[in-house]
Design a protein around this ligand. Structure first.
Ligand SMILES: O=C(O)C[C@H](NC(=O)Cc1c[nH]c2ccccc12)C(=O)O
Length: 438
């Protein structure tokens, strides 16, 4: 059976490549995946999946870092001009760009959930002959948005998996649930899908990523280096005054933000694990001879455990309020995103390892990798599934990259999409071979 699937996936390659390049060209960042969602929904419906869309899979109040209503409307319009399918748009309008596709086999068995993400980054793609997406005509048409983390590949893997599993439906048991998540960047989207109950019936959960520095033909079956993180926007509001004539009447928001930036980067370490803090954006002031009355910062904290991140975050709040107090300005903090740390379950990692070995496609099959961590909001889904006694893991398919993730020259070897689909399909088709720990 696995051989038949492999052949099917290889036949699909030209179509997968076309799909990925189309998504790459029309990159849409978090909560603005309007064109992407309508195309994904349309494809999944045509394949015969039962769909849940928009508000049925996204809890409105749990969305973090949502763009303004004006930005949402503008990008919805742009999506329609770029080929979004209008009849699906009402489901996604207003920033509800999530999809869950279900295949009930009618035979007893577990619920298996697979999660892919769909959003691009806020980044300008390099438009230069040296960069393959530009040279071959699929560089981002959308200013300030670029698939520079491979989510165009993830979405394509999800659609390819949908196709091969539907074709092999007579050999499956239980239920297949394909989760297409918005707004992973900035860790904004997953929590709202968990709050909508999307993984409440999932017994075995697998999230995927390509690249992340893992070499081509290597697979990491259970990535466990995710840092808990909190993302915040901070706004300081002071009083403008004549910088020469009446400086004492001013309340300097720029100085408060500068003070806060230094204070944030000086938060002590924690013996419980590694931590990070970053002020990635700082903007302030309006004119040379005006005491700056406004400033804003985009800040993130991270920790290798939820406790370490919480410590850094609480310290950050004190630093920000202290800096505001020092300069007698007002401040306002908005939570823009968050994710937990999470570890995969050993039995599921073992099963993925065993299935990857059977496929015979990988030069190296690694259970976990040491090293620098990022964050991921799929961790909310993993933790929810584990809390109900389910199994969960996060798989990385290695691939050659033209530049690092989140870089303007990012691109990947598209063949990795075939390995991804084959491996995930094998997890579903061979589930009878899974042995839990009990
Ligand atoms: O915090 C975020 O905004 C999410 C973003 N996430 C990623 O870049 C994904 C990621 C980073 N490192 C790894 C390693 C393994 C899988 C996924 C990743 C990050 O860490 O900045």
């Amino acid at each position: 059976m696995v051989n038949e699937i492999s052949e099917h996936v290889e036949q699909l390659f030209p179509a997968l490549q076309t799909q990925r390049r189309d998504l790459h060209k029309y990159a849409e960042s978090g909560w603005l995946e309007f064109r992407t969602s309508t195309l994904v929904a349309d494809r999944l419906e045509k394949l015969g999946y039962a769909l849940k869309l928009g508000k049925d899979v996204i809890d409105a109040d749990s969305r973090m870092g949502l763009p303004s209503a004006a930005v949402l409307a503008e990008h919805e319009q742009r999506a329609l001009e770029q080929g979004a399918i209008a009849r699906w748009m009402p489901h996604f309008s207003g920033g509800f760009t999530g999809i869950v596709a279900t295949l009930e086999t009618g035979r007893p068995g577990p619920v298996m959930g697979f999660r892919v993400d769909m959003d691009a980054l806020d980044l300008n793609e390099v438009l230069d002959e040296a960069h393959r997406p530009f040279r071959e005509g699929f560089a981002s048409a959308n200013h300030g948005m670029m698939h520079a983390c491979g989510h165009d590949g993830h979405t394509t893997i999800g659609l390819g998996l949908a196709e091969v599993l539907m074709q092999a439906r007579d050999k499956l048991c239980g239920t297949i649930k394909l989760i297409f998540q918005p707004a992973e960047e900035g860790t904004r989207g997953a929590k709202s899908m968990v709050a909508a109950g999307v993984v409440d019936d999932v017994d075995y959960f697998t999230a995927v990523h390509i690249g992340t520095g893992v070499p081509a033909n290597h697979i990491v079956c259970g990535n466990d280096t995710f840092m808990a993180t909190t993302k915040l926007d901070v706004r300081f509001t002071g009083v403008a005054s004549h910088a020469g004539g009446k400086p004492e009447e001013g309340r300097n928001a720029l100085l408060a933000a500068a003070q806060a930036t230094l204070g944030l980067h000086a938060i002590p370490r924690h013996s419980g694990g590694s931590s990070r803090v970053n002020v990635g954006v700082l903007q302030a002031g309006t004119g040379r001879n005006v005491v700056a009355s406004s400033a804003m910062m985009k800040v993130e904290t991270r920790g290798s455990t939820n406790e370490v991140n919480e410590f850094i975050y609480q310290q950050a709040l004190k630093v920000i309020s202290g800096a505001a107090e020092m300069h007698q300005v007002k401040f306002d903090i908005k939570l823009m995103g968050a994710a937990q740390s999470s570890k995969p379950t050993a039995a599921w990692v073992n099963y993925i390892h065993q299935q990857a070995e059977k496929l015979g496609e990988f030069a190296e099959i690694i259970d976990r990798q040491e090293g620098a961590a990022g964050s991921e909001d799929a961790t909310y889904m993993m933790e929810r599934v584990k809390a109900r006694g389910g199994e969960a893991s996060y798989v990385i398919f290695g691939t050659d990259l033209s530049a690092g993730h989140h870089n303007e020259l990012f691109d990947f070897d598209e063949k990795v999409m075939m390995q991804g689909i084959k491996t995930l399909a094998a997890l579903a088709l061979n589930i009878a071979e899974f042995k839990g720990e009990n």
